[in-house]
Design a protein around this ligand. Structure first.
Ligand code: FAD
Length: 463
């Protein structure tokens, strides 16, 4: 094996790879430290040609590959287990921005924040926004079809992609880097690679859609009695303002735990101990959005949908309101044994899911805490069942698979999904046969076999 690696690396451009353990170390550990991997070497190509050359040589030598972007993925698909690791981080150029086309061509290794900033400099908006935006790359975001907080208005990553450039598992380059809004000339091949988690090829660049920049921006936090009220509020606010871009539900435990863990954070509703929703609204034209939002919230209160509400006075306060929502995952990590899930159900079923999932979980383990928060406007809840407060409970850890199954069965029974936006990767692969039908699994396997018969690309992930 080491002779094979020596032969292969001798044919690579000198700066395009390393086997230095110090340089490789941070690429081999998942960001939470949950998964540690190994690789014979780390390839760091700086051009599509170099990616193609590396993939061709690996395919010829029968060596499997794990592609990696910012290493922020949540299901371990980016951590190699003996495969050659290809980091796209050096492919970090924004090739072009066209305001006439409302489009940008970015290489796979460009970090999301840089794409947002480049769009802003051009007087446009790139609307994907999520907690990892300072590190996650365009290639990784497309490969996981990432969602985030603005899906309710702009859709997931898939909806932002007009074209792709991809290096296929045999090293050939598929050039579908168009900026077309309409193109009915056969299979829309780029869609195959979006959400494929690096199993069908390596994305090297993408044409991304840009949006008009908002002129007005309002953030409000409301207190309400139940998720049923939140569902009614969602539609009320959509109709009354026409401007909802984020609708984030949090149960009392989620905000309480976070405010205790980070006492410096601002509690938007100090007297309220129930469910909360953070609503973000934007309008492209200046329409007096603050008045519109306040009127909509007043009428929601008159109708009995909400009990309390506060609208951020300015941008700084809006950011403070968001921080409580954003810090929930970090606060969560200090709470001992827990089973986190990334559920989606049809928007209309979110309240029923929250009711029935807790009953199902308590049938497995009666004494637990439920942490529920997330993108309720998209039907996506980050749902975690946790041990009671106290030292780490090993028995609870052992019960986690049964707890996950009980909750996920409820979601799928309502027409939902076990992975709304994080993907399947390596860590959740064994769960798929329980929740995907045979025909779907068979078609997925056939697509993989057609594009990657030697299973070169990320062979341990997804399929
Ligand atoms: P990596 O983690 O490096 O890779 C992810 C997967 O994509 C792997 O399977 C890898 O093999 C593959 N891959 C990477 N680059 C390429 C490429 N160029 N070509 C082919 N395959 C490739 N996700 C959401 O959807 N919504 C959220 O709100 C959200 N919030 C997050 C908050 C935090 C704090 C963190 C850490 C993560 C969050 N995520 C969220 C996870 C999100 O999926 C990842 O942040 C991101 O999509 C992955 O990008 P990356 O560049 O880090 O890819």
């Amino acid at each position: 094996m080491s002779a094979l690696i020596d032969q292969l690396t001798a044919r690579l451009p000198p700066k395009s790879w390393t086997a230095d353990p110090e340089i490789m170390a941070s690429h081999l550990v998942e960001w939470r430290g949950r998964y540690r991997g190994n690789a014979p070497f780390l390839a760091m190509p700086s051009s599509t040609g170099e990616v193609s050359q590396i993939v061709s040589l690996c395919a010829e030598a029968g060596l499997a590959i794990t592609p990696q972007g910012g290493n922020t993925g949540l299901v371990a698909g980016q951590i190699p287990e003996g495969e050659v690791l290809i980091s796209l981080k050096r492919m970090n150029k924004i090739r072009s921005v066209s305001t006439d086309d409302d489009a940008m061509v970015a290489e796979a290794g460009v970090v999301l924040k840089s794409v947002q900033e480049a769009a802003e400099s051009a007087g446009r908006l790139f609307p994907i926004s999520l907690g990892s935006e300072g590190s996650a790359t365009i290639g990784g975001l497309i490969s996981t079809n990432a969602g985030g907080v603005h899906v309710i208005r702009f859709g997931m990553m898939r909806e932002q992609v007009l074209g792709l450039e991809v290096v296929l598992p045999d090293g050939r380059i598929l050039n579908a880097l168009k900026a077309l809004r309409k193109d009915n000339t056969g299979y829309d091949l780029k869609q195959l690679f979006i959400g494929a988690e690096g199993t069908l090829g390596i994305i090297t660049a993408a044409t991304l859609k840009l949006q008009p920049r908002p002129a007005e921006h309002i953030v409000a936090v409301v207190g309400l009695d139940s998720p049923y009220a939140a569902l009614k509020l969602l539609h009320h606010m959509k109709l009354e303002t026409g401007a909802v871009v984020a609708f984030e539900l949090m149960n009392a435990f989620a905000t309480g735990m976070t405010l205790v863990a980070y006492p410096q954070l601002r509690n938007a509703l100090p007297g309220w101990n129930g469910w909360r929703v953070l609503i973000e609204m934007e309008s492209v034209r200046a329409i007096g959005l603050r008045d519109v939002a306040e009127q909509a919230l007043s009428s929601a209160m008159e109708k009995g949908l909400i009990q309390d509400a506060v609208v951020a006075e300015n941008h700084a306060q809006a950011k403070e309101f968001w921080r409580v929502r954003e810090e929930i995952p970090a606060a969560q990590r200090t709470q001992g044994a827990q089973a986190p899930m990334d559920i989606s159900v049809p928007v209309s079923r979110v309240p029923d899911f929250l009711r029935d999932a807790e009953i199902a979980a308590r049938n497995v383990w009666a004494d637990l805490r439920v942490l529920a928060f997330g993108h309720a406007g998209d039907g996506n809840i980050h749902y975690t069942v946790m041990q009671p407060p106290g030292p780490v409970n090993e028995d609870f850890w052992k019960a986690c698979p049964a707890l996950i199954e009980a909750v996920q069965d409820v979601a799928v029974g309502m027409g939902g999904s076990i992975s709304a936006e994080h993907g399947i990767g390596v860590s959740r692969r064994e769960e798929l046969p329980r929740y995907k039908d045979h025909v779907t699994l068979d078609v997925m396997a056939k697509v993989k076999a057609a594009l990657d018969p030697k299973r070169v690309m990320n062979p341990r992930a997804l399929t």
